[in-house]
Design a protein around this ligand. Structure first.
Ligand code: NAD
Length: 285
């Protein structure tokens, strides 16, 4: 089976890695942070156990070899020969640009380059690639193994062949691709970040508690999760970063970040991954 290179071993990178490995791909997982890499193997085993329990009907999670198909590395040169690379580093355009410049040196002209981002312009990152036509946005949603939809984002340069390759890959993961055009926040995050941000303003203004706000969405609108539980799941730091990109790229004040969100991030309350956000969690990830 072909090799998938994954950059960034955070919340999304690890989820994407186990999803690819569960579908039979060999994965090379890279991060620049030694602390993150040191924890990655244990985190991956925990994730596989968790998905085995939450999706017992899915035969892919019964495969005992999933963690063994994920090689963890601190050297991007190990991507040489990969057919697809999925970039999942922090939601900061400057950091992503630096990574894509580096990638150009490492893998030259071969692979499909997929960018997992909430809001950063695919066109801007593709312009840095050896073959901009091979770059596409691949917006996985969290938790990756359990969400059926992947938003594929066609940048200015993305070729029809790249869209087809990306659709085939998403299909092979048992997911459904929805192809949209490049625009800040695409469809998903342009809408969802308004909900999450405005919900934080409601908490700040003491109009309602997080539980009440989320209940209105779950019980009232039939959503699986409310906006504040979703923000905790994504990571409040990532939500704040995404709002900054939306605000700057669209030059629209409606995306101004709620001060309470910024304050919570400054205090280290980043949601599930820190154990505390709008809600308290027993286990951090
Ligand atoms: P995260 O903060 O959990 O992880 C980011 C990882 O990137 C970290 O492990 C960090 O060490 C690594 N990193 C940073 N700079 C790097 C570099 N120069 N080289 C290599 N690794 C580097 O973030 P996340 O939640 O996994 O988000 C990753 C991307 O996925 C973001 O663009 C985000 O917007 C997008 N996304 C996140 C979610 C979500 O629910 N968290 C959902 C969809 C998309």
């Amino acid at each position: 089976m072909s090799v998938v290179g994954i950059i960034g071993s955070g919340v999304m990178g690890k989820d994407v890695a186990v999803t690819c490995a569960a579908s039979g791909y060999n994965v090379v997982l890279y991060d620049h942070d030694p602390g993150v890499l040191g924890a990655a193997e244990g985190d991956i085993r925990t994730l596989v156990r968790r998905y085995r329990m939450t999706a017992p009907e899915d035969p892919r999670w019964r495969d005992k070899g999933i963690p063994d198909r994920i090689r963890i590395t601190d050297d991007m040169a190990e991507f040489a020969g990969a057919d697809r690379i999925i970039e999942n580093v922090v939601e900061d355009a400057a950091v992503k640009e630096e990574v894509h410049r580096e990638l150009r040196e490492v893998c030259g002209e071969g692979p499909l380059i997929a960018v997992n981002t909430s809001c950063v312009s695919i066109t801007r990152l593709a312009a840095l690639a050896a073959r901009p036509e091979s770059v596409i946005g691949m917006h996985f949603m969290n938790p990756v193994p359990l969400i059926e939809c992947v938003e594929l984002v066609r940048g200015h340069h993305t070729s029809d062949e790249t869209v087809k390759r990306a659709e085939g890959f998403v299909d092979s993961l048992g997911k459904r691709p929805v192809v949209v055009r490049d625009s800040p926040g695409f469809v998903s995050n342009r809408l969802s970040h308004l909900f999450m941000n405005e919900a934080a303003f409601l908490v700040q203004e003491r109009v309602a508690d997080p539980e009440q706000i989320d209940e209105i969405f779950t019980l009232g609108y039939g959503h699986k999760m409310g906006p504040l539980a979703t923000a905790d799941l994504i990571g409040l730091d990532t939500v704040v970063d995404s709002l900054r990109v939306l605000y700057e790229d669209l030059q629209d004040p409606k995306f101004r970040c709620c001060p309470l969100l910024k304050k919570m991030v400054d205090a280290g309350l980043t949601g599930r991954k820190s154990g505390q956000g709008f809600y308290t969690y027993g286990v951090s990830r």
